[in-house]
Design a protein around this ligand. Structure first.
Ligand code: ADP
Ligand code: ZN
Length: 522
């Protein structure tokens, strides 16, 4: 047990803050007790403090594993601002000279260093492991812990070696932190770090001031211009998938009298920095960018984030739209969707390793579900993060503002869940739907599912209808996707209860974007 400390006084003394943000205090107490801790907090929530403060309080040096050199440097500088001794925080990575490394080691062995930031690549080096074996380590902090999971947005294979290396250096408690909160990623992290029993502190990922909307992608450029005409003098970001589209769209906007600049990784560094600065200084209203733009950019008053192309994952969508309205003011998030874009994205994946393709496909399916569904967008997004959003109508998304026509879904839900059970909960949604609709393909034949009497028992409705039933049953929590396999449909406890006593449930039809597209094109 750590000695009793006045945490508020420590917070004030070391960081100058008067109060803790969110559940920082509970997290810190858990770390101080020497327990494994898992923190899921959206960006800007104040994760760093959750390990910085205990590191200052506890004896020994905390090892902070962080993937980005630039991030490490910022954090070390920030820590030094609060201390008289520069030795209080150091980093160890490939950018350091031999002399600098020796100074770091000297300070650590002298007991001056409370926080040592290391890149996973440096942590895996034998000489560093040997050195750290001599050090008294208070705990390990794994920052950006989603890098462990192939289902996260920034998978790094070195992150998977952290656990064995910790065992080699010497066991100490672990605190893992991330802003990626999908149940799949969370499970991967806990399993890989051997901390399935950790206390989990999860903040809400809801952003109440953001308005979510999906529009069919027909004449998107024209619509974007129309929207931006009402946002003159305000800051907007428009994301496109390709560099070429970024250039094209920025040009189109400029021609139409909108102050816009492009930003993507293929531009030279100085132009890129210049465009970014112009956006930050509000000399330009709009930045048209690939997802290279936005990391670490903290412009609080972005009023609009548009996605010209639908993103590859909902996680990415959440992070990118998250850059709107950080000051708590208005933030509109509009995505343009067409199924053709999804097919394009699938095509891009084709050269990749099979496992990666499979993950990419599953993540894309979630995006499709989000776009096509007429369920509250907020509810769908938060469900993706494993969070229950209980409010019936958020009032700040297109689906809540313009609800679709409802239908009685009791019979369909029962039929779907009975089929999932009949198939012994061993299949993904597409297969279950194929059995319901009586659609023969290779997989159906190999399982001989076309020979069971129930084959085609739901063929009074099409695949699209059944997809909507699956999605809405997922959001309601009647069915869940298996966490290990990701995708096999299981019936939850509440699903079993519903099956025993089915009650009337109204569902909404999915959007039919393809039809809309055809109509406007002719
Ligand atoms: P995250 O890593 O979760 O994105 P940070 O650790 O960078 O968030 O913190 C976000 C901002 O909140 C930083 O500017 C930080 O100084 C500030 N912050 C953190 N904790 C507190 C607090 N208790 N009171 C006030 N500001 C805080
Ligand atoms: Zn809503």
């Amino acid at each position: 047990m750590a000695k009793q400390v006045d945490l508020s006084a420590s917070l004030k003394e070391h960081f100058g803050f008067d109060t803790f943000k969110g559940n920082q205090e509970e997290v810190i107490n858990n770390v101080l007790k020497g327990n494994d801790t898992f923190v899921l907090m959206p960006t800007g929530g104040g994760k760093s403090l959750c390990y910085q403060l205990p590191a200052l309080i506890l004896q020994g040096t905390a090892i902070v594993i962080s993937p980005l050199i630039a991030l490490m440097k910022n954090q070390v500088d920030a820590m030094r601002n609060f201390s008289e001794d520069d030795g209080i925080a150091h980093f160890l990575n490939s950018s350091l000279t031999k002399t600098a490394i020796n100074k770091v080691k000297e300070d650590i062995l002298a007991g001056k260093t409370k926080l040592l930031y290391v890149a996973p690549e440096s942590l895996t080096k034998e000489e560093n492991i040997e050195f750290l074996k001599q050090v008294k380590i208070s705990f390990y902090a794994v920052d950006e812990a989603h890098c462990i999971s192939e289902w996260g947005h920034d998978f790094r294979p070195e992150y998977r070696r952290i656990r064995p290396i910790i065992s080699e250096i010497g066991e100490s408690p672990v605190i893992a932190l991330t802003a990626t909160a999908t149940p799949k990623v969370q499970h991967d992290i806990q399993k890989n770090l051997g901390m399935l029993n950790a206390m989990v502190f999860k903040s809400s990922f809801n952003r109440p001031n953001l308005y979510y909307e999906v529009r069919p992608k027909t004449n998107a450029s024209k619509e974007i211009i129309k929207i931006l005409k009402n946002y003159v003098g305000k800051s907007s970001i428009i994301y496109c998938l390709s560099r070429k589209k970024v250039e094209e769209l920025a040009e189109t906007l400029v021609v139409n009298g909108i102050k816009a600049l492009p930003y993507h990784a293929g531009m030279d560094a100085s132009t890129r920095a210049k465009n970014q600065d112009q956006f930050l200084m509000e000399e330009t209203d709009v930045i048209v960018a690939t997802i290279a733009f936005g990391m670490g950019i903290d412009k609080p008053d972005v009023r609009m984030v548009m996605h010209y192309d639908i993103p590859k994952s909902l996680e990415g969508y959440y992070q990118e739209t998250g850059r709107a309205g950080r000051d708590g003011g208005e933030g509109k998030c509009i995505a343009f969707y067409s199924y053709k874009d999804i097919q394009k994205l699938e095509k891009f994946m084709q050269g990749k390793p099979l496992a990666e393709q499979e993950i990419g496909k599953q993540l894309l399916l979630e995006t499709v579900a989000y776009a096509e569904s007429s369920v509250c967008r907020r509810k769908t997004l938060l469900h993706y993060f494993g969070e229950k959003y209980q409010v019936k109508d958020c009032e700040t998304c297109d689906n809540c503002v313009n609800p679709k026509e409802e239908f009685e879904a009791k019979g369909d839900i029962v039929k779907l869940m009975s089929m999932i059970l009949l198939l012994k909960e061993r299949f993904k949604a597409d297969h279950v739907i194929n059995v319901l609709t009586g659609n023969v393909n290779t997989a159906i034949k190999s399982y001989k599912h076309n020979e069971i009497p129930e084959f085609g028992s739901g063929d009074e409705n099409d695949e699209k209808h059944w997809n909507a039933v699956v999605r809405q049953s997922l959001v309601r929590g009647f069915i869940v996707k298996d966490i290990e396999s990701y995708g096999l449909l299981h019936i939850s406890k509440s699903g079993h209860e519903y099956l025993k006593k089915p009650a009337s449930i109204k569902m909404t039809k999915d959007h039919d974007f393809d039809v809309v597209e055809e109509e406007t094109n002719t």
